[in-house]
Design a binder for this molecule. Sequence first.
Ligand SMILES: [Zn+2]
Length: 312
Amino acid sequence: MDLKFCLSFDVGGTFIKYAIIDSLGEIHLKDKVKTPGAPCKETIPNIMIEVFNSLKDKYQISCVGISTAGQVNVDKGVVEYAVDNLPEYSNTDFREKLGKTLNLPVFVDNDVNSAASGEMWIGNGKNLKNFLCVTLGTGVGGAIVINKEVYRGENFSGGEVGHFIIVPEGDKCNCGRKGCYERYASTSALIRMYKEALIENNLPCEENYEGEYIVDLYYKGDEIATKVYERFLDYVAYGLANLSHILDPGIILVGGGISAQGERFFNEVNKRFKKYAMTSHKENTVVKQAGLTNDAGVIGAAFNAFKFLNVL
Ligand SMILES: [Zn+2]
């Protein structure tokens, strides 16, 4: 098999990361540019074309893979809906704006699905038939892999694990409803719960805290941080147990935010998962750290593009 090269992008609210990745999964070049402002529908494809032009003489690029925030119609290569941190990005047609200009096949998927594809290709999901990916960051994202394929649902909205309701009438979520999992199991949830606890106990409360700061306090034995972090870990584990009962994924790969602490986080979560899951699930399910961390998006986007090209 001839080695092929993919130009791969990972579009986030702050940066657009990009990479040249070959069909064996090796990264040859990696860089990033600042995400441009409105109208993202024009400015983002234009930046991608500039990046392509700067690299085309050095690499023989066969396809473009894009991992992006937002809801993506994978069949059409269109970002159908995006939130306001990417202004005027909804309805961006990458096949039209990028594929036609560059005359290259383009494959687009959302960031969590792309990360799961990356894990499946060369990360901790390699050789697994089924697994679930959960990202615990500012929000909570999810991707479901069944029979080595990402399950995208009827309307490309499958795997929205951040938005099942875990606390009826609970904290207000960005999706417009109340009590979603992401309001209790994300880094921002941990920070919110910590601030609420400080105020409740008449303690001084600052405007901003980092999730890691609260976790450090927990390991130092701070009383408030302990109460809050234990509650947070419980919510994380309740949610993962619920998801396991529906999907029986065997492996749950968790990435993002607090999970970057590695072993000590996973020990706590697995301990609680075993407490809250049904017997068959607690014996046969492991919550593990995702393997690719920051590169998962670009790697997964390349995997999807190579598959689209029938190279893999
Ligand atoms: Zn929600």
